[in-house]
Design a binder for this molecule. Sequence first.
Ligand code: PLP
Length: 397
Amino acid sequence: MTKLAINGGTPVRDTYLPYGQQWIEDDDIEEVVKALKSDYLTTGPKIKEFEEKFGKYVGVKYAVAISNGTAALHGASFAAGIKEGDEVITTPITFAASANCILYQGGKPVFADIDSSTYNIDPKDIEEKISSKTKAIVPVDFTGQPVNIDEINAIAKKYNLIVIEDGAHSLGAEYKGKRIGSLVDMTTFSFHPVKHITTGEGGMITTNNKELYEKLKLFRTHGITRDKEILYNKNESSWYYEQLELGYNYRITDIQCALGISQLNKIDKFLRRRREIAEKYNEYLKDIDGIVLPYQEEYIKSSWHLYVIQLELEKFKVGRREIFEALQAENIGVNVHYIPVYYHPYYQKLGYKKGLCPNAEKLYERIITIPLYPKMTDKDVKDVVEALDKVLKYYKR
Ligand SMILES: *Cc1c(COP(=O)(O)O)cnc(C)c1O
């Protein structure tokens, strides 16, 4: 058996392969330079152009570009009217921002457990966790696999709740033939460099609801407006504006939106390559004993933000930690998505106890995210497979 790099052997790769990374080309750079040379660095025409193009792509009436995905979630929580005393149901298997946005508004995150096959929030447990205080649901399309939208919308209708879908992983993903972004009250997206398209930092909220759209626009700019239709004093001159809500400065720049437009032009290429790599993994990894590959519902089309494998720990002499560290030593940038949100000390101090969501907790012990991003070469994919094969065989019982 080949000596593991962690034990002093030669690593599978001599350079480190990250788990995710942007793909920026010369034409993207040219667009950014053009924006820099233009009259507007912020609050200019590129914002609207990006919003319109994005809205058209996901098939929705309104899109609001914002400074990042977390601000998008914050804005959606604001527009949903979440306030002190409200409970909002979300999943623990997500980035902390999906729950933090509820806290920003003074609401209380309530964690519903996941479905052990899709790893997405389980609609049955959402219904279990509903109380008279429940105001909204924040489902997350984990790894790019859309949640069960029909069931979640039916629950929302039955209990009069607002649905904010965290689509940070699911740009371009499809649910029953329709793209994510128009299927619930509001959907949020992130343009962090590891996501499907990037603006450096950036985000978007999409909705078909005009009222929510108006609130989102206010929220992005201090709650301030010059729109005559909603001003209290309509007879003032053109210098006049009013602050109607307590908003923030969550604006995105024209520089970023110029990059976003250029990136969005390549979304088909990015998605095709992500799906191709996922298929290669499905094919190459199915014969390696000791791992569970991602399960996909037949009525969805994933956008494959992440490729998460589950270790069948009973079959190994060591735990997830040793396997993770051995893969890192082989120069494979594995990661873990996610630590259940309520495990974080901040949430523990708020009174959340371990044991809340047993399926999520069990999953967390066993998962590893392997590299997946469109710029990866076929050789990179083979290196990941080789490293997994090498490490898992070595530690096999
Ligand atoms: C990336 C991400 C966010 C936050 O997006 P930022 O743009 O980094 O603020 C929120 N939720 C999920 C699930 C994410 O993956």
